[in-house]
Design a protein around this ligand. Sequence first.
Ligand code: GLP
Length: 241
Amino acid sequence: MQVVIKPDAAAVAKYGAAIFIQQIVTKPDSVLGLATGSTPLALYQQLIDAYRVESVSFKQVKTFNLDEYLGLAADHPQSYRYFMQQHLFNHIDIRIEHTAVPNGNAPDPLHACNDYERQITAAGGIDLQLLGLGRNGHIGFNEPSSGLQSRTRIKTLTAATIADNARFFQPNEYQPHLAITMGIGTILDARKVVLLATGSAKAAAVKAMIEGPLSASCPASALQLHQHAVIVIDEAAASEL
Ligand code: GLP
């Protein structure tokens, strides 16, 4: 596990984006794992800038998102598919048929989970996976107690995660308590992983992830097992190390 500490969130995004841009330039048909949440937004903006200003092309890139709320259709404004369209896919030259987000509205969600795993395998596996970090140490929606070898499946969200993500929903809007998420085993299969975390609210989770112990109570600690995991954090998130 390589830990990179940058002064602030902007520098974290820049460092993370450089890894992604290098990956795409070196291997134009890269398979990328993508994440939602507030943290990756600045990185996505850097990728959009790289497309616009430096003509970095995403035409051959394939993407797989980590997770999706169960029960939200792709066009629901709070769905992660919608998020990805708004914040990245609509602004670069990626082919929409090359972008995959778990189907939160699938008639048979269990089948959709297994099918997602098959799609990742058929694409040749994920070259580079982007991750954020939940305050409780979750990655994707792998909440504490997730199996360290888990695969894509349905997870019940913790009260803490529901509260943390409530800011994206209107006061009276339905907020799902279930999600489809890649498993920790799925994430560990990526050839390279980049996790971004910024701000003091993440400091305790960052400490548990990096200093251990390796434990299902901090799902991100599983990254200690990964040969090519880069943890990019700002000084505030590093403050408890
Ligand atoms: C959600 C997502 C995670 C993300 C986390 C942190 O729970 N499922 O993938 O890492 O939020 O989000 P933020 O970056 O907004 O703190």
